[in-house]
Design a binder for this molecule. Structure first.
Ligand code: EPU
Length: 431
């Protein structure tokens, strides 16, 4: 298995380009099942999660080509309605097949994804939405069975305990675009990735009003057609590189990211005192001296502060004098990075859904374990600020969602190497 060896780093310097967003590309790929015509997606990131999704789409009958890096052509002529556990279990986002299979074939059988380390990830709202579309929904033997022979539009309130659901909204929108009648979704997710999906669907011939707002009105059509679409930029990748620059007091310009996708995140960094130069399509982090200021941050659905940038902010705040409080409102247990940061010397206490960070810790390198995608990124960022070497194991989590992470950071001067665990000093192996 691969590991990262990350060494203490001085300021990162240079420019870095952001790729297409994983969390936009995954539902966009699923949406190609909604038509028998060819859909071409551009700016698709090269990630293991994308390869899992392509594998599942091929299994249900999509003909798929990858003529050049970042470009996928998909044609879903002869589809089957079953997405089996052995494929679905590899990636939770495969639940995004539920909406398009339901809409296109009027039936679906999709395995329920297994447990997730960041906390419970129920799909009750996806199922409620389908029921409100007059589908018969049953769970048996670990599968969701949908009979959509009588599917029709209707009003749906799609909010849950934590507010809106991103992939739930994606699923219900995809089911509704081919359902007779009008569907009104209230408490729809407003994340840019949902907007990107709606924009693709409109290009395919769907009728959707209110895109980007919490109320979506969808008038069903009989058929959708092929089109070309470019995936929006990855705001989480961009945010991760911005924190990498800030934690090393570097001078880095992150290019290809519309700043309006990162409003709450940039606001928090400005509050902490990170000097930023924000242009329409790029964000420059400038070097600073002295300490940043501690912050109080709560993760919320968009346009609030994103949970997918919470772990990275925790890493940064370990270096900031004073007490910072970071509260998780989306996944109250998403703090697996904390015990690993503690092993590196961070002073963090977890109180309910909050991390209380006593900052300005002198971190030192240690062998640590990556537990999920964003936690892996946070450990690497912390390692830049630590003395000595940090060995990060189970980095396959990182490969799910960051394209060429170590090459991109190395180009900015980061000391990060991908090695085999066989190259690790044996006494540092945690497994
Ligand atoms: N929820 C329910 N019932 C549901 C669905 C969700 O109660 O049926 C709750 C969840 O437990 C959570 C909240 O609603 O508390 C929000 O979950 P959501 O459904 O929005 O999450 P998701 O669609 O499963 C996507 C991203 C995640 C990201 C979340 C929140 C994709 C493929 N995944 O997940 O991305 O954290 O939205 O923004 O889009 C990541 O990239 O590292 C990642 C985990």
């Amino acid at each position: 298995m691969d590991v990262f060896k990350v060494s203490s780093n001085g300021p990162l310097k240079g420019e870095i380009n952001v790729v297409g967003a994983k969390n936009a590309a995954l539902p966009l790929l699923a949406a190609t099942l909604l038509t028998e015509e060819e859909v071409t997606l551009r700016n698709v990131p090269d990630l293991s999660d994308i390869r899992f999704m392509v594998e599942i789409l091929a299994h249900v009958g999509s003909e798929i080509e990858n003529p050049e890096p970042g470009v996928w052509k998909l044609k879903a002529t002869n589809l089957t309605h079953v997405a089996p556990y052995e494929l679905v279990r590899k990636m939770r986002a495969s639940v995004c097949l539920l909406g398009p299979l339901t809409a296109r074939l009027r039936k679906a059988e999709v395995s329920i994804p297994g447990g997730c380390v960041i906390g419970p990830r129920p799909i009750d709202l996806h199922l409620k939405g389908l029921t409100k579309l007059n589908c018969q929904v049953e769970i048996t033997n670990g599968y969701v069975h949908v009979d959509a022979s009588k599917i029709k539009g209707g009003p749906i309130f799609l909010g849950g305990r934590s507010g809106s659901t991103v992939t739930g909204t994606a699923n219900i929108v995809m089911a509704a675009v081919l359902a007779p009648g009008t569907t009104r979704i209230e408490c729809a997710a407003c994340e840019p990735e949902v907007v990107d999906l709606c924009n693709l669907l409109v290009k395919m011939g769907a009728h959707i009003e209110g895109i980007g707002s919490p109320e979506l009105i969808i008038t069903g059509v009989e058929k959708l057609h092929g089109c070309e679409h470019s995936v929006i930029a990855d705001r989480i990748e961009a945010g991760t590189y911005i924190v990498a620059a800030a934690i090393t007091r570097g001078d880095v310009t992150v290019k290809g990211i519309p700043a309006n996708l990162l409003g709450a995140f940039l606001d928090k960094l400005e509050e902490a005192g990170v000097p930023l130069e924000v242009s329409e399509n790029s964000i420059r982090v400038l070097p600073y001296s002295g300490s940043l200021k501690p912050i109080d941050c709560i993760t919320l659905p968009y346009p609030g502060y994103p949970t997918d940038l919470q772990a990275q902010l925790c890493a940064l705040m370990t270096q900031v004098d004073g007490i910072s409080i970071i509260t998780e409102r989306i996944y109250p247990n998403r703090f697996m990075h904390v015990p690993e940061l503690q092993r590196m010397g961070a002073d963090i206490a977890i109180e309910g859904p909050s991390a209380i960070i006593k900052g300005a810790s002198n971190l030192s390198g240690a062998p640590v374990m990556a537990s999920d995608l964003r936690a892996s990124a946070a450990l690497i960022l912390a390692a830049f600020a630590a003395t000595g070497d940090t060995w990060i194991q189970r980095i396959y989590h990182l490969d799910r969602g960051y394209e060429r992470f170590e090459q991109k950071l190395s180009a900015l001067g980061a000391k990060i190497e991908r090695l085999s665990d066989k190259d690790m000093p044996k006494e540092l192996l945690l497994d």
